[in-house]
Structure formats: C-alpha cells, structure tokens
Design a protein around this ligand. Structure first.
Ligand code: C5P
Length: 257
C-alpha cells in the first residue's frame, strides 16, 4: 500500500497544482462554493462570476442530476472540483463508482463512513494506484443532524462521539480526510492519528440564516480550529452579490486577496 499523503499540499491531484505557489494555509482554494443549482447554466454563471477569487467548487446531487458527468468533466478541466455524491453501497459498487468519478478529473470525492470498513477500504484501493488521484473523504455525520435525529436512526450517544468514532475508523482505513461540522474539527485534529484533512459544510457567517443546517460555525472559527477546507453554499449562492459575499468569507478566513 502506498503511504498516505499527510497534508493536502502534498497531494498529486490537480487540487494543489493549481495553488500557484501559495501555501495551502492562505490559499483561496480552501473555500469551496457549493454549486447547488438544478440549472447547469446558473452554475456556470456563478463559476464565471467567482473566477477572479480562485475559490474551488462543489458539485452535489442536485447539479449532478441536471448536468451529469459531462458537466463535471468540463468544470474539472478548469477548476478544483469536489464531487459530493456521498457514495454508500456495497464495497464493489462503491469502488467502481469512485473509479469512475476519479476518471472525470475531479479533485475530491466522498462516501459515507457509515458504509463500514470494507466499503471504505475498497474505495481507497480503487484510487490508490492512480497517478493523479483525487482526495478521498468520508462523511461522518451530516451537518443537518443533531443528537435527537441520531437517536431516531439507531445511534445512541452524542453526535460528537459518533463523529469521532467514525473519524477514527476513516483514519485507520487510510482515507485522506473527513467531512464534519466546524464544531468537531478541533477534537478530530487533536485525537485522530494518522491525521485527517477536514472539510466542513455548516459554515455560516455571523448573522446569516442557518437554513436546514444544525451543527454550524463561522468561517473564522473553522479556520482557528484547524479546518482545512470550508464548504459554503447558500450564503454565497443566494446573496444579492455572490462575488462580494465570497470575498467577505475569504477575508474572514484570513485569505490574502
Ligand atoms: O447552503 P449550505 O452552505 O448549507 O450548503 C452546504 C453544502 O454542503 C450542500 O451542498 C450540502 O449538500 C453539503 N453537505 C452538507 N453536509 C454534509 C456534507 C455535504 O451540508 N455532511
């Protein structure tokens, strides 16, 4: 097995090659804007508007269902793309899906940690030998969920405990990182070894609506906790001026512009 890269800027993926010499800690690519649109035209329009900032982009289920692999491949040829399809199936199926996703040239792919050790390991093995492999992440607990919903789905204990347990499993299985809430970054960074990259949705600048997110935090807070990549959707996509909204968040993150 190849040794796991321990920091995002050591990845052979195009994620860091486009960083133009800026160390990852100050790079605008650490902000990932979620292109949550059902119209590919709207998504392309936002990408063009935000191009001067150097941010990264995320394609989730909504846009993927509208634009399919062609749109993903096209955007991935020009930008850092996180393909957020959260695979969760039997190991053979997930391994094949991860391989297909990697062939589109995306920089990040994810799956659900709850799929278990065999599934996670199969996904890792599927991309390990690739020359330019994407960063492989596992979702711990969705940022829209709290303790009550966890209990209803058969997981006793607190969300924080469950996130830490799953992060430990993900690390043992040799994945690169986890998707978690900003509230869990510090504990994962302190307690999980080998270390994991953290990618955090549930980011809300002070004063912004929480929407359907439950475990939220502000951009500066996530960076202070040691967060690596921040995912922001509606605070940018629904803003009257998305470019200014993205720039405000980058400033809050301490990114030089
Ligand atoms: O609009 P908002 O900032 O809440 O968007 C967050 C994005 O991150 C959405 O695209 C959502 O699907 C995604 N996401 C999430 N929680 C996870 C994993 C992904 O909110 N655990």
């Amino acid at each position: 097995m190849k040794k796991r890269n321990e920091h995002p800027d050591r990845f052979s993926s195009n994620w860091s090659e486009r960083d133009q010499g800026c160390p990852v800690h100050c790079s605008p690519e650490r902000l990932i804007v979620a292109l949550d649109f059902s119209d590919p035209g709207q998504a392309r329009n936002l990408v063009e508007q935000l191009k001067p900032t150097g941010v990264s982009f995320k394609i989730g289920l909504e846009l993927y269902m509208a634009g399919g692999p062609d749109l993903v491949g096209d955007l991935a040829a020009r930008h850092n793309i996180f393909l957020d399809l959260k695979f969760h199936d039997i190991p053979n199926t997930v391994a094949a899906a991860v391989r297909s996703a990697a062939s589109l040239g995306v920089s990040m792919i994810n799956l659900h940690a709850a799929g278990g050790r065999k599934m996670i390991t199969a996904a890792r093995d599927a991309v390990e030998s690739l020359d330019r492999r994407p960063i492989l992440l596992a979702v711990t607990v969705l940022t829209s969920m709290g303790d009550q919903e966890m209990h209803e789905t058969g997981c006793p204990g607190s969300t924080a405990e469950r996130v830490l347990q799953l992060a430990g499993l993900v690390s043992e299985c040799g994945l690169d990182g986890v998707v978690c809430s900003p509230l869990e970054i510090a504990e994962i960074k302190a307690k999980v070894s080998p270390p994991l990259i953290t990618v955090t949705p549930g980011i809300r600048p002070a004063g912004d609506a929480q929407d359907d997110q439950f475990r939220v935090g502000a951009p500066a807070e996530a960076i202070r906790s040691g967060g690596d990549y921040l995912v922001v959707g509606r605070p940018v996509t629904r803003a009257a001026e998305p470019l200014s909204a993205a720039r405000r968040i980058l400033t809050e993150m301490g990114v030089d512009q």
